[in-house]
Write a protein that binds this ligand. Structure first.
Ligand SMILES: C[S@@+](CC[C@H](N)C(=O)[O-])C[C@H]1O[C@@H](n2cnc3c(N)ncnc32)[C@H](O)[C@@H]1O
Length: 281
């Protein structure tokens, strides 16, 4: 069987897959709870391909031919490749992303976690060319669309990483290197049994505190009231590291946040949009 076939023809050949571009790798289970596309033969089961903690995403969708083309043509310009750990979207613990080397200059860095199709970050990168931006996403079609947008906007200050974002913040970025972290409309995982997959947690606050510079901001937004309350609880509980950067119950809408389909959907369903902002002490 040729090695460069798509995911369907690749029954978990992790070693061969590691030599291929990431988008051709076969999909393996990211958590112990996720059912693999095809059962692994008992003898080849490798527990290292499963993660210790649940992740906040399910990889979905395949790229369209035009997104595939964008990936091939624009990937070398926008994508930052990092060494991987065992899971497809994981990052090696000794990975290193040096912003000065990646952007060719030193400028305040904003990192967007779960950047989707890139609406917010491409807009920001084109409006603030004196700042640098890093979009971290696991959804390949979203990354391809972000690259297409960034090409239209002719940005030179935006880079993308395809990975589980907390691992990039924890392992690859230098401590204190980030000016702002944005998490807008993270997947709500609203069923009680899925709540443990929510991105914003005590652990995430610890990871964000390491990556941010003193005085740096963590900006959050969601249309799920109970998730907003959970975000505020964990943000307030991290008071040794963070302080509220807003008065009253909620932060005002962050004007750098453009309206995306996720926010519009929440509004259409009559949900309140909640913003929060925490400053690293
Ligand atoms: C509901 S969408 C919101 C996208 C975008 N922020 C917006 O407002 O349009 C959440 C996105 O986060 C991504 N995501 C979830 N967990 C992630 C993680 N741990 N690392 C990287 N991306 C993640 C998902 O793939 C998805 O595209």
């Amino acid at each position: 069987m040729p090695l460069d076939r798509g995911p369907r023809s690749c029954p978990h050949r992790i070693v061969a897959a590691a030599r291929r571009p990431l988008r051709y790798r076969c999909r393996v289970s990211e958590t112990p709870n996720e059912t693999p596309q095809q059962p692994l033969p008992a003898k080849s089961f490798d527990p290292r391909t499963f993660r210790e903690k649940p992740v906040s995403f399910v990889r979905r969708g395949r790229m369209t031919p035009s997104q595939e083309r964008a990936w091939d043509e624009l990937g070398p310009r926008f994508l930052v490749e990092l060494p991987r750990d065992h899971a497809v979207t994981s990052i090696a613990k000794d990975a290193s992303l040096d912003p000065a080397a990646v952007y060719g200059r030193t400028a305040p860095l904003t990192v967007e976690v779960g950047s989707g199709q890139g609406h917010a970050i491409v807009h920001a990168a084109s409006e603030h060319r004196d700042r640098d931006y890093l979009a971290i996403e696991v959804f390949q079609a979203g990354l391809a669309r972000t690259m297409i947008r960034a090409e239209w906007a002719d940005t030179t200050n935006l880079k993308l990483v395809e990975a589980n974002a907390p691992e990039v913040l924890e392992h690859a970025l230098p401590a204190g290197s980030v000016d702002e972290i944005w998490v807008f409309f993270p997947d709500p995982w609203h069923k009680a049994r899925h709540n443990k997959r929510r991105l914003i947690s005590e652990d995430f606050m610890r990871i964000a505190a390491r990556a941010l510079r003193p005085g740096g901001l963590l900006r959050l937004a969601t249309d799920w009231q109970d998730y907003a309350e959970q975000m505020r609880e964990v943000g307030d509980a991290a008071s040794a590291d963070f302080e509220r950067a807003f008065d009253g119950d909620w932060a005002p809408r962050f004007d750098g946040r453009v309206l995306t389909a996720f926010e519009q959907k929440g509004i259409d369903k009559g949900r309140e949009i909640r913003d929060l902002a925490y400053r690293l002490r």
